[in-house]
Write a protein that binds this ligand. Structure first.
Ligand code: ATP
Ligand code: MG
Length: 306
């Protein structure tokens, strides 16, 4: 029997491990040809919290996220998930680790010919042997969480941008992942819909206890959702820490970015902001995404719901 969502998803951790790292980056550098995208990036993503990574456009946030799930591989350094270095893993172990993730990619789209119901059910059908009755119950619980129960019969083309995002969120969470990664879930939405989506993200995180790793599109969203922040600029992680400490920082890049002004080191030229040097090596790019915005193995969770 499928357990009730709230029970199944509650992951109350002992106090001693509540703040431990679920994802650790150790000296991660990534370059494409002569273009240095990430340089010596080190930080720990605290378990069971919402972490946001910020940075100017083109600075490498999506590349960072793809390194975390092993769609791209660092040229130097390593990524650890639950203490396991994913770079040196066998395919089988990588598959096991990737099952911990639910992902909503920046360019992730719903299947246009499938109803919202079928879109949300898709990972369950693909990766589990869950029976129709349980699929129905799980899809409805997730749809309830994102306020889409009355729209499950609609096609993506028949609903608003905000509803599509919410359906993407429900799909990313349907396999009960331990870690949820969102790349700009708020892009293309008006400020009020963004505020609702943010509330949803916070509620979903609190209810599931999962670790949320978000690349937000705007500062109000950061303030509403994030527990911890990191800021990327010119390939480097300027700083990573609790939101309050980041907001109180004197660092001119952090101050400028969080206040969204033109006064400071961040200029108008994205190319100049994006990188800071050259490297003579070629990066490995193994990115292959399906139209759901997630490779099938990325949705994580358990094999059986029944
Ligand atoms: N597969 C790839 N091959 C070569 N270059 C790439 C690849 N993926 C990303 N890049 C380059 O890496 C840089 C960082 O890209 P990325 O998409 O991570 O930026 P971003 O911070 O997510 O930007 P945005 O805020 O606009 O989404 C860009 O210059 C981009 O062109
Ligand atoms: Mg991006």
């Amino acid at each position: 029997m499928a357990m009730p969502l709230t029970l199944r998803r509650s992951r109350a951790l002992p106090a001693t491990t509540r703040d431990d790292a679920v994802i650790s980056l150790r000296g991660v550098s990534k370059w494409f040809g002569s273009n240095v995208i990430l340089k010596d990036v080190t930080f720990d993503v605290p378990r069971g919290k919402i972490t946001a990574i910020l940075g100017p456009s083109g600075t490498g946030k999506s590349v960072l996220l793809k390194n975390i799930i092993g769609l791209l591989h660092p040229d130097e350094g390593e990524v650890l998930v639950d203490g396991e270095a994913i770079g040196s893993m066998s395919e089988r172990d990588l598959f096991r680790v990737r099952r911990k993730f639910g992902v909503l990619f920046q360019d992730g789209a719903l299947f246009g010919s499938m109803t919202l119901y079928e879109n949300i059910a898709f990972p369950l059908r693909e990766h589990t042997r869950t029976g129709e009755r349980d699929i129905r119950a799980i899809v409805h619980r997730n749809a309830e969480l994102v306020g889409l129960v009355d729209h499950l019969g609609k096609l993506p083309g028949e609903v608003s941008g905000g509803m599509k995002k919410r359906a993407g969120l429900a799909r990313a969470m349907v396999l009960d992942p331990e870690i949820v990664l969102f790349d700009e879930p708020d892009s293309g939405l008006d400020p009020v819909r963004v505020a609702y989506l943010d509330e949803l993200v916070v509620t979903a995180q609190r209810e599931t206890g999962a670790t949320f790793f978000i690349i937000p599109h705007n500062i109000p969203s950061v303030m509403r959702t994030a527990d911890h922040l990191g800021l990327l600029f010119r390939s480097r992680l300027i700083r990573f820490g609790p939101k309050d400490a980041m907001c109180a920082s004197d660092d001119p890049v952090i101050r400028q970015f969080l206040s969204g002004t033109t006064e400071g080191p961040i200029g108008m030229d994205e190319m100049a902001d994006g990188g800071d040097g050259t490297r003579p090596a070629a990066g490995r790019d193994t990115t292959t995404l399906d139209r759901s915005g997630s490779a099938p193995f990325l949705t994580g969770g358990t094999t059986s719901r029944s």
